[in-house]
Write a protein that binds this ligand. Sequence first.
Ligand code: ADP
Ligand code: MG
Length: 261
Amino acid sequence: MALAKIQEPPHLVADLKSMYLTSMASQWRRLAEEAHGKRQPHAEYLADLVRLEVSGRRERRIQRRIKDARFPMLKTLDAFDFDAQRGLDRDEVLELFGCEFVAQAANVVLVGGVGTGKTHVAIALGMACCQNDYRVRFTTAAELTNMLVEAKSQGRLSRKLEQLARFDVVILDELGYVPFDKQGADLLFGFITRVYERRSLIVTTNLPFANWSEVFLDATAAAAVIDRIVHHATVLKTDGDSYRLRTATSKRRTRRRKETR
Ligand code: ADP
Ligand code: MG
């Protein structure tokens, strides 16, 4: 049956746009034509159109959360090969992806060697938090510390801390790769104390807890940080060789095998 030519009611689109109902403004006609074709009751047409706005908004909000998180790259759990990472318990990881730890202001710590998938899992988990409408911010420990040092030197440290505390989840990548000076360590400690039991941290580190004093220069400060981070935390340990190196080697091996055939 030919689609009906629907008359556009005056003001409809302008009114929808003035209320920021953008999906409704762009889709009302298509749905109206379909409704006409299938003799859909008016109330159902309205309900479908509103549903479209709601889901469109949700999708746009998630995209905004992901953008605001400033992930250095996008990673998903689907792309994570658990068979290649025996240190992680799949069920324990999947449980975390329900994101209940955020409501409990609990933390997640990923400890393990370079290239073992810590950042991958941290980003994927951060993205899952975005999907659950949480505010997420990805930084490296070095970047965060620099940000705090700079804010302090400009006399706006407390504003910066306040800004950061608005995120439900802060991902602190690569804690331990670069040692801090005294000021950096103190500022990072201040940040961690501030979010303790109020917000969630996802920390990745190559250092076992016993070595954290190397980063904080001071065993007491290190113990205090560990205490706060680990107190309500799920600690995940990745092990084995670097995934990149391993896949590169196995590709080379496959190539060599092919060549010798
Ligand atoms: P880390 O942060 O532990 O140094 P990354 O998470 O950066 O390691 O991992 C290095 C690279 O290898 C990334 O591109 C990551 O996506 C990939 N990778 C690591 N482990 C896995 C895995 N088990 N399955 C799929 N990709 C992986
Ligand atoms: Mg990493």
